[in-house]
Design a protein around this ligand. Structure first.
Ligand code: ADP
Ligand code: MN
Ligand code: MN
Ligand code: MN
Length: 415
């Protein structure tokens, strides 16, 4: 008994020391300290030793926790949790539908507020990892009315129409998700002086190392591990051109699964940033003053025939079709994209379609490897970082499966 009491005291005081040590420079009373902790960028307000105590409790053998995730009215993710029998968690067909109050998310009127969540894709939950039994899960859902009609914001349902019956094409998407990290003031990017700008212009930050160049690597690394654990096909990460900006890539994924995987990766990104107490935005041009790159969601695309001998010709045909429908694509490639697609900072102008070999100033780029091999994939550089991945992949699919379009001359360095 005596030992137990002593160890509890030891735990409490050690945990206080842990939680308070990094920022004891500020206020002295513990309530003021707690208030400060919640506002200090990079410092979790939660006491790790206390959390560890509850984390160590086992989960029930025959039950799991399912986090149902969906896209809200403005393309952000929302989620809530339920306990389920483990036996129901293996397939979306056995997972129950669920619902939420759509009037609280701008997805339904108050007098008929119920929105139905339909499980579409299961991932492992990296935030509730367990080794003592069946995995807890994250469930990507889409949203329908009680009558089963997709909500207007259910872009997944609309995109799916373009993939239906096209399994033979085996279309792959690789999505490059750029994001920008800010202090909790939501004004100061990580690594920037408050109210000012970095003293060095863009150049040293892309794929950078070093404390003066790379800001937020711990977040990207945590996201990487969490995505791998979840079962997301994350293919890489790198530091980006603007200080405080980072990127990860998801793919190649087949068809509608690219949207599901990317949306779940965005959910994971926000959860990681919550843990780090760092604000993350997907805005395509978070800093408009000065000469700083915006943020995109480059979309790499190939069909089966593009990946085979003679594929380069199929790729070119697809690009001509994209050129024909440029304006329609721009319309759904993300809000605020006009601030980013200026023709500067490795972008093409929004008003004009172009493509080129290894040209990062074109709307669509064919990589040098693809040119040399004669087959491969192309990169649509137009979608912004906040673009809806279901809309982007669905629209590309519909266009490249559409009628033939006249040839467009490439925009290459030499020309
Ligand atoms: P970038 O050179 O434009 O920065 P990245 O390496 O960041 O390119 O991203 C390339 C993306 O393209 C990755 O997500 C990768 O999985 C994807 N990808 C590779 N091959 C294909 C392919 N054949 N079809 C579609 N996507 C592909
Ligand atoms: Mn990239
Ligand atoms: Mn990039
Ligand atoms: Mn790219």
């Amino acid at each position: 008994m005596k030992f137990a009491t002593a160890s509890i005291i030891a735990v409490v005081s050690a945990s206080q020391a842990l939680a308070f040590a990094p920022i004891v420079t500020g206020p002295k009373s513990s309530s003021a300290l707690n208030a400060a902790l919640g506002k200090v960028t990079g410092q979790s307000a939660l006491d790790p030793a206390v959390i560890a105590r509850y984390d160590a409790l086992p989960f029930p053998d025959d039950q799991i926790l399912a986090e149902y995730v969906w896209m809200d009215a403005i393309g952000n993710t929302r989620s809530k949790t339920r306990t389920l029998p483990a036996a129901k968690a293996d397939s979306v067909d056995t997972l129950p539908k669920w619902n939420f109050d759509g009037s609280s998310t701008d997805q339904a009127p108050g007098d008929d507020s119920e929105v139905i969540l339909r499980p579409q894709r299961i991932f492992r939950d990296p935030f509730r990892a367990r080794s003592d039994g069946p995995a807890n899960i994250l469930v990507m859902c889409d949203t329908v009315t009680p009558a089963g009609e997709p909500l207007p914001t259910n872009s997944r349902a609309y995109a799916q129409e373009f993939f239906e019956g096209k399994d033979d094409e085996v279309v792959w998407f690789g999505l490059e998700q750029e994001f920008t990290l800010f202090n909790l003031d939501e004004k100061t990017p990580l690594g920037w002086p408050v109210g000012g700008m970095p003293s060095r212009a863009q150049g040293p930050y892309y794929c950078s190392v070093g404390p003066e160049n790379n800001f937020g690597r711990a977040i990207t690394e945590s996201l990487y591990k969490a995505c791998l654990y979840a079962g997301i096909n994350i293919s890489g990460v790198n530091g980006e051109v603007m200080p405080g900006q980072q990127e990860y890539q998801v793919g190649p994924c087949v068809g509608i699964d690219a949207g599901d995987q990317l949306m779940m990766s965005r959910y994971i990104l926000q959860r990681v940033c919550e843990d780090f107490q760092v604000y993350c935005t997907l805005h395509p041009k978070p800093i408009v003053e000065g000469d700083w790159n915006g943020a995109g969601m480059h979309t790499n695309v190939s069909t089966k025939s593009m990946r085979e001998e003679g594929g380069l010709e199929v790729i070119k045909q697809a690009i001509y079709k994209l050129g024909e429908k440029h304006a329609e694509h721009i319309k759904i490639y993300g809000e605020g994209n006009e601030l980013r697609l200026t023709g500067k900072f490795e972008t093409a102008s929004m008003d004009e379609f172009s493509y080129g070999i290894a040209n990062r100033g074109a709307s669509v780029r064919i990589g040098r490897d693809t040119l040399d091999d004669g087959f491969g994939y192309f990169e649509d550089r137009r979608p912004s970082s906040n673009a809806d991945p279901y809309l982007v992949t669905g629209k590309i699919m519909s266009t490249i499966m559409g009628p033939e379009a006249p040839e467009i001359k490439p925009l290459n360095k030499q020309s």
